[in-house]
Design a protein around this ligand. Structure first.
Ligand code: ME8
Length: 650
């Protein structure tokens, strides 16, 4: 037997600073479905998730709760593990950064990089955001001088600290990203990262002395190691970095780090620098998924719209939640969670389409053939077309799951479920059953339906593992479900003739919308009240006539653009057509500066572009944006700045 190909997939390790919400469940469900698909496709999968337990934020939370940090994290981490169990997450290990095995890895990594000369002691003065555990420079802060990620105040800190020489690796990381187009996905995140590195990387402060909840620097224990340096290395611990070279050799580099979009930067810049300093290969792919928002709004405690996944699983089942999350949201984009949409999907796709197909099929076999699947003989055109559709669906599944197209794949599988339901209507087995001449035709139809359901059971198993197994068991197939591989459905006809199917059991009860409506009305009234209060608040912030609010101003995307090329526009003596570089892309812009600038004057200047202006056609040329200029009746000068192309202006 040939050895299975290894596949190493990770989720982020979550902060135990609060209970996990449906957004965290989204990330872990995606990773789980990919891991399950890979196992089905014959890979030797190692799937890792865990908890990121150090840092000032956790220390402060524990203090507020009047317990030690480890008592605090023990309790919350237990709730994570309970959630993953309820959601049927099939992780192979759960790493806690407070575990001894991990502490040893972090200290060893620190030692090795220090010995190499890439960690040095210096003095850190800077701005720190505790909730995000991130350091910022002044020019990175938002317009209110707060953290650009969470917009909360930052603290100025000044202390002796160890630094990691990230600057040394900036060019190599940039080259790696540019040479490996698959490394960062989706491509929009890749462009953001290229832009970020091009602005230069500072050395990273990787130790703190102002609190002690962290892993001590091995040779200088009054310092604790920066939580992101500690957290990122979690990916090395469980695959034997220190204690099992064979295992490590097998699984490293990771095939996929699946992370939320806001932490792509840590995974594609800091993490590669650490790995390069360790002379280790970089992960093959980092995928930044979008965020789950709730009824169109970002989840937050203060808005009271945080959705608890446990309550949802208890109410609707893990598989219904998994199905909804994976089907409704396109992986790289933000997606909306709404209870109404969830109920609609359960009723139409799960109870109706899938539930009915199973129920009708098993019922008919019970009624017309005493529960026995008979051997098929001969095929009609309709049979052949069903079989061709099944094959196409299996091929689509294999190819698209390889490319992480989860939502598209689910839609395709459901199209096949509808196809199979239509096959029942087209072949009308109840009519065939009345005609003794049509016994074989009936046997063929019922065989094809069981075979379709066998195929469907496997195809839905990465997304809805429990439902897949329930279908398998109701069909009473002899093969152990846990052993099923994708190859088992690549050839039609795996259902053995003579199989005794089970009695149908309901997969998903329909949700009564009337009862739901009352609940929803209550929730809506609460939301309306909240919205009213918010509107009032907003009105208080609204501008006087002639003024714009800061929110209005923020709608403008102003960026530094380098003029690469300029040409005259035909029959327009005031206009120049400029090709500008925005760091991540080039654009054409038409500008009324021809009377004040020659081509040589303007080329090479770094000007300011209104980058999100609706494109407009000017004298037959489409202009993608507008260059800012100061002008009066006599003179005109473009606004130019000495900053790299792509830099945001605010
Ligand atoms: O960032 N929708 O931990 P974390 C989708 N400890 N994903 C969401 C989300 C939402 N509404 N809210 C959060 C950390 N997430 C670090 C990671 S890895 C070495 C260290 C995702 O608990 C978020 O995008 O704050 C991130 O990927 C993950 O949850 C963990 O967030």
């Amino acid at each position: 037997m040939t050895e299975k190909k290894p596949y190493y997939i990770t989720t982020p390790i979550y902060y135990p600073s609060a209970k996990l919400h449906i957004g965290h469940a989204y990330c872990t469900t995606i990773a789980d479905s990919i891991a399950r698909f890979k196992r089905l496709a014959g890979y030797d999968v190692f799937f890792l998730t865990g908890s990121d337990e150090h840092g000032l934020k956790i220390q402060q939370k524990a203090e507020e709760a009047g317990v030690t940090p480890i008592e605090y994290t023990d309790k919350i981490v237990a709730s994570f593990q309970n959630l993953w169990k309820k959601l049927n997450i099939s992780n192979d290990d759960f790493i806690r950064t407070t575990q001894e095995r991990h502490i040893q890895v972090v200290q060893e990594i620190f030692r090795r990089i220090y010995a190499k000369g890439d960690i040095y002691k210096g003095k850190y003065t800077g701005l720190y955001c505790t909730p995000c555990e991130s350091y910022w420079t002044e020019h990175q802060l938002d317009e209110n001088g707060c953290c650009p990620d969470c917009h909360r105040p930052v603290q100025e800190v000044s202390e002796e600290a160890y630094f990691f020489k990230m600057s040394k690796y900036a060019d190599r990381v940039l080259k790696y990203i540019e040479d490996n187009p698959d490394f960062i996905q989706p491509v929009s995140r890749r462009n953001e990262m290229i832009n970020f590195i091009k602005q230069g990387l500072d050395d990273l402060c990787i130790s703190r002395t102002s609190f002690n909840w962290g892993i001590p620097v091995p040779t200088d224990p009054k310092h604790v190691i920066y939580v992101w340096f500690d957290a990122l290395t979690n990916y090395l611990t469980p695959i034997g970095f220190l204690d099992d070279p064979e295992k490590f050799q097998k699984y490293w580099p990771a095939d996929l780090h699946l992370v939320g979009k806001e932490i792509v930067r840590f995974h594609t810049i800091i993490w590669p620098c650490i790995l390069m300093a360790l002379d280790l290969p970089l992960p093959k792919k980092v995928y930044g998924h979008g965020w789950l928002i709730v009824d169109g709004d970002k989840m937050s405690k203060s808005k009271g719209n945080v959705v608890d996944p446990i309550a949802l699983i208890d109410e609707f089942s893990a598989d219904a939640i998994r199905y909804f999350l994976l089907r409704e949201i396109n992986l790289g984009q933000d997606g909306n969670f709404s209870r109404d949409a969830l109920i609609q999907r359960i009723n139409s796709d799960l109870a109706n389409d899938l539930g009915n197909l199973l129920h009708r099929t098993l019922n008919m076999i019970g009624k017309f053939q005493d529960g026995v699947v008979l051997a098929p003989q001969g095929e009609s055109d309709i049979d052949l077309s069903l079989r061709a559709d099944a094959k196409e669906t299996v091929d689509f599944f294999r190819d698209n799951m390889e490319n992480m197209q989860l939502s598209l794949t689910i839609k395709k599988v459901w199209a096949f479920i509808s196809r199979a339901n239509k096959y029942i209507d087209e072949t009308a087995p109840w009519a065939l059953a009345k005609d003794p001449e049509k016994k074989q035709e009936l046997a063929n139809v019922l065989y094809n339906l069981v075979e379709s359901l066998r195929t469907i059971s496997v195809l839905i198993s990465p997304f809805m593992p429990q439902t897949a197994e329930r279908i398998w068991k109701q069909l009473n197939l002899p093969q152990a479900f846990a052993d099923v591989q994708l190859t088992d459905i690549e050839t039609w006809g795996g259902t053995p003739a003579g199989l005794h199917v089970g009695t149908p059991e309901q997969l998903f009860p329909r949700i009564e919308v009337e009862k739901e409506d009352k609940e929803a009305a209550k929730a809506q009234a609460k939301q309306a009240k909240q919205a009213k209060a918010e509107k009032k608040q907003k009105q208080a912030k609204q501008a006087e006539p002639g003024e714009v609010t800061i929110d209005d101003f923020k709608k403008l995307e102003l960026r530094v653009a380098k003029v690469l090329k300029a040409e005259k526009v035909e029959k327009a003596d005031k206009l120049l057509k400029l090709t500008v570089d925005l760091g991540t892309e080039q654009r054409e812009v038409v500008s009324g500066i021809a009377k004040n600038y020659t081509i040589d004057d303007i080329v090479g200047k770094n000007v300011i572009l209104v980058a999100n202006l609706k494109p407009a056609k000017i004298r037959g040329v489409v202009s993608h944006g507008m260059i800012l200029a100061a002008a009066d009746n006599k003179d005109l000068k473009v606004v130019s700045v000495d900053m790299p192309a792509g830099t945001e202006v605010h």
